[in-house]
Design a protein around this ligand. Structure first.
Ligand SMILES: Cc1cc2nc3c(=O)[nH]c(=O)nc-3n(C[C@H](O)[C@H](O)[C@H](O)COP(=O)(O)OP(=O)(O)OC[C@H]3O[C@@H](n4cnc5c(N)ncnc54)[C@H](O)[C@@H]3O)c2cc1C
Length: 397
């Protein structure tokens, strides 16, 4: 592995660290620290700060508003970003549909959407999964039928994160049936205010509302909202899912959460001593720490291969599998560290409205909710079983 940071890279690292320290809003950091989802207005305001700095879209080409950073700088930026405790910027516009639009969209689509994505003026959601189509996404059945200058869309999407906040949804629809499932899918952009779009909430295990069902009932979508060619949507979806998996190991985020766990164990009691001094608890922390170090080494090895010009394939699946398992282990152990208080969890809005003070220590709030939300880390973005299939195929052919 050949990976060294130059003096310029180290100066850049310092600049990022200082900027984040001076600009990350305390309220946003507090929620992120606890593992709570950011409030919409807070994350939008924060993304605007990053946009003004010119750092909102490191993965976009410079001509569309990207940073022009090398792979090493992107790595440094991501690492510093998550070590600062900042919450992930919202992926749907910046990491998913934005790159699809600048890679496959018309000039009109680029002019209409890209600047608003960079400025976080438009909130996007992802309408891929359906009740009968998750891992087997190509079996989707939401149908779009051409009618003059519009497509008429009928069907249902599910698990649509933040659809209740969204202005626009990028959506996979079936435009042809008498062919291989992958060859009859189109990629289309739907205005969430169109007549016939209905969003219904799904409250998660964490008692928070991030997930939704989206019902589409005779929704008319102008043909100019089609991305690329009709029936070629699978190609654009695969491109998008490839981007979704980048940065998926979440090493720095896990390192930050692990440090938090150690802090909690440093004040929680076990018998007559502190939890952090308990041999059995220490060995559980050590095990996770070793696994995280191994994941970090693996990520760096892949990065150095990418810098040398090699294209990663199944490696991202390996990073996703291990990254998700480690974050789950950390959040589960955090709840354990809280002892009986770990069992008590309230929806965030109830917690905020209590006037008799929080149940248990202040650092309790959010731990159980995040532990439960992270159960989904091995499901979204392609389940760990599907990732293992990808790895197996890459190895066994
Ligand atoms: C928190 C969260 C947020 C999400 N946000 C979005 C979103 O914004 N937009 C969106 O479109 N979707 C979203 N999803 C949906 C997500 O992409 C799907 O849940 C995921 O692809 C799995 O699909 P499924 O739920 O239909 O499960 P299924 O595909 O039915 O899988 C059920 C189980 O069977 C296993 N399995 C299935 N096929 C195989 C196979 N071939 N080999 C081995 N095991 C298999 C799976 O691993 C899983 O354990 C989200 C999901 C969650 C949990």
């Amino acid at each position: 592995m050949e990976l060294r940071f130059s003096a310029e890279d180290l100066a850049f690292q310092k600049e990022v660290r200082t900027f984040l320290k001076e600009n990350l809003p305390a309220g946003l950091l507090d929620r992120s620290d606890r593992g709570l989802h950011p409030l919409k207005e807070d994350i939008v305001a924060w993304q605007k700060v990053l946009h003004n700095k010119g750092w909102i879209a490191p993965n976009w080409p410079v001509e569309y508003g990207g940073t022009g950073w090398s792979l090493t700088r992107k790595y440094i930026y991501d690492r510093e970003y998550f070590l600062s405790g900042a919450p992930q910027t919202i992926s749907f516009g910046l990491r998913m549909v934005g790159p699809v639009i600048f890679s496959f969209g018309t000039q009109e689509q680029k002019d209409t959407y890209l600047q608003d994505i960079l400025e976080s003026n438009t909130w996007w959601c992802q309408g891929f999964s359906e009740p009968g189509s998750g891992s087997d996404l190509a079996s989707l059945s939401t149908r779009a039928v051409r009618d003059g200058d519009a497509y008429v869309i009928n069907g249902q999407k599910i698990w649509t994160t933040f659809a209740h906040w969204a202005d626009m949804m990028f959506c996979l629809v079936r435009t042809k049936s008498d062919c291989k499932p992958q060859e009859g899918i189109s990629f289309i952009l739907i205005d969430m205010n169109s007549p016939g779009v209905e969003v219904r909430p799904i409250v998660g295990l964490d008692l928070d509302h991030t997930l939704n069902e989206v019902f589409l009932d005779n929704v008319r979508v102008p043909v100019q909202n089609l991305i690329g060619e009709e029936n070629k949507g699978w190609t654009y979806a695969k491109f998008l899912l490839g981007n979704e998996r980048s940065g998926i190991a979440r090493v720095a985020r896990s390192q930050y959460q692990l440090a938090k766990l150690k802090q909690i164990a440093g004040v929680e009691h076990q018998g007559n001593g502190l939890l952090i001094d308990d041999a059995s608890f220490r060995s559980q922390i050590a095990r996770i720490e070793i696994e995280l170090k191994a994941l970090e080494a693996m990520e760096l090895r892949y990065l150095s291969q990418e810098i040398a010009g090699r294209k990663l394939t199944a490696e991202t699946s390996i990073l996703k599998i291990r990254g998700a398992e480690i974050i789950q282990a950390i959040r589960s152990l955090t709840v354990t560290a809280l002892g009986p208080y770990g069992l008590a969890y309230e929806p965030d809005d109830v917690f905020r409205r209590r006037n008799d003070g929080p149940i248990g220590p202040e650092h309790l709030h959010g731990a159980m909710a995040d532990h439960l939300y992270q159960r989904a880390a091995t499901i979204y973005g392609g389940t760990n079983e599907i990732q293992r299939n990808i790895v197996a195929k890459a190895i066994a052919g």
